[in-house]
Write a protein that binds this ligand. Structure first.
Ligand code: ADP
Ligand code: MG
Length: 311
C-alpha cells in the first residue's frame, strides 16, 4: 500500500541559546493510504509541532517529509489542496461570521457547490444555529465544531486532526468519534489523529505512535502497546477469613494493592510470577474462591507508564 505520509529523521527546535527547545529530535514514521494513524503523548511531546510542519504552518529544521509522494518544501501547492486540518490553532477570522469563514475556506479549497457543502457540514457538526455568529464570539466547544466543519468541507484525501474533540461535551465527542470512523470508511480517507482521550485513539486507530519529549518511544497497535505492561491486577473474593490468605499472596509474589472484608486486590509482575504461583498455595491451603476478576491493562496505564519512563 502506498504511503501517504513519509517522515524521516524530522527535527525542529524553537528559540535560541538557553531558551532553545528541541521539540522534535529526529522522528520517523509512515502513514499508509486509508489508515487512521494515532499520535499519543503527554503535553509538550511534539504532536502539534509535527502536525503544524505537515500542514505547512511551521517549517522544519531538517529531515525528509513527503506527502502524496511530494516533497513538502518543493511541491506544497500540489499537496495542500488535497489535505485539510482541524486543530485549536485553525485561524478563523474573528470578525467574520461562522458562515463567512466556511465560505472563505470552501473557496480556498475549490469546493464546487460551496453553499450546499456549508449546509451539509453545518448540519453534521450541529453549528446551523451559529452560522450568523461572529467567530470571535464562539465558546471553546463551538470553535472546535466549526474547525471540524472547516476540515470536512473540502472532503480531503488526507486529514490532520489535532485534538479535534477538545472542549466538546462527552456526548458530542462520542458522536464525532463515530462520525469520523464512518466517514473514513466510506471515503477511505487517510487520517493523522491526536487526542488525550485514549478511548478515541483506541477506537479509531489501528497503529499508534507514542511520542515523548520529541522522540518516538513506541509504535504499534493498541494491543501491542498494552502488552508492554507486564503486570496483572487480580480482584479476588474468598469465602472465609483473609489474614492467612493475605500472607500467602505476599509470600508467593503478589503485591497487595488493597483489601476489605469482601475483596483482595493484588498485582502480579508477570516477568517473575504467574497467576498459578499465587493461586496454587491458596487453593492448597483450603481457601474457596467465590469470585475472581483479572483486569487487563488499559491504554491509559500504558500512557502513564511510558510517560514516567517505567516502560
Ligand atoms: N511557538 C513555540 N515556541 C517555543 N516553544 C514551543 C512553541 N511551540 C511549541 N513549543 C515547545 O515545543 C515542545 C512541543 O510542543 P507541542 O508540539 O505543542 O507538543 P504537544 O502538541 O505534543 O503537546 C514543547 O516543549 C513546547 O513547549
Ligand atoms: Mg498539541
Amino acid at each position: 500500500m502506498a504511503n501517504i505520509i513519509e517522515v524521516k529523521d524530522l527535527r525542529k527546535s524553537y528559540g535560541k541559546g538557553e531558551n532553545k527547545v528541541d521539540a522534535l529530535k529526529g522522528i520517523s514514521f509512515n502513514i499508509k493510504k486509508g489508515e487512521t494513524f494515532g499520535f499519543l503523548g503527554p503535553n509538550g511531546a511534539g504532536k502539534s509541532t509535527t502536525i503544524n510542519i505537515l500542514c505547512g504552518l511551521l517549517s522544519k529544521d531538517s529531515g525528509h517529509v513527503r506527502i502524496f509522494g511530494n516533497d513538502i518544501r518543493k511541491d506544497f501547492e500540489q499537496i495542500k489542496q488535497r489535505m485539510n486540518v482541524a486543530n485549536a490553532y485553525t485561524h478563523l477570522n474573528n470578525s467574520l461570521t461562522v458562515e463567512q469563514n466556511l465560505r472563505v475556506y470552501g473557496k480556498l479549497y475549490g469546493v464546487k457547490d460551496v453553499e450546499k457543502k456549508i449546509a451539509e457540514v453545518a448540519d453534521t457538526f450541529s453549528i446551523v444555529y451559529l452560522k450568523k455568529k461572529e467567530a470571535g464570539k464562539l465558546s471553546s466547544g463551538e470553535n472546535t465544531r466549526v474547525c471540524l466543519a472547516k476540515c470536512f468541507i473540502s472532503d480531503p484525501e488526507l486529514m490532520l486532526l489535532d485534538e479535534p474533540t477538545v472542549g466538546l461535551d462527552p456526548d458530542f465527542a462520542d458522536k464525532t468519534k463515530e462520525y469520523i470512523r464512518e466517514y473514513q470508511k466510506t471515503n477511505n480517507t487517510t487520517i493523522l489523529f491526536t487526542s488525550h482521550i485514549m478511548s478515541e485513539v483506541e477506537y479509531l486507530c489501528k497503529r499508534i505512535l507514542f511520542l515523548n519529549n520529541g522522540e518516538v518511544l513506541r509504535l504499534g497497535s493498541s494491543r501491542q502497546l498494552k502488552n508492554l505492561v507486564k503486570t496483572q491486577i487480580v480482584e479476588l473474593t474468598l469465602g472465609m477469613k483473609k489474614d492467612k490468605a493475605l500472607a500467602l499472596i505476599k509470600r508467593s509474589g503478589g503485591r497487595l494493592i488493597n483489601y476489605d472484608s469482601e475483596k483482595i486486590v493484588f498485582e502480579i509482575n508477570q516477568l517473575n510470577y504467574s497467576l498459578h504461583d499465587i493461586m496454587h498455595p491458596l487453593i492448597k491451603a483450603g481457601f474457596k474462591i467465590k469470585d475472581m476478576h483479572i483486569k487487563k491493562p488499559t491504554l491509559e496505564q500504558v500512557f502513564i507508564k511510558i510517560s514516567r519512563g517505567e516502560l
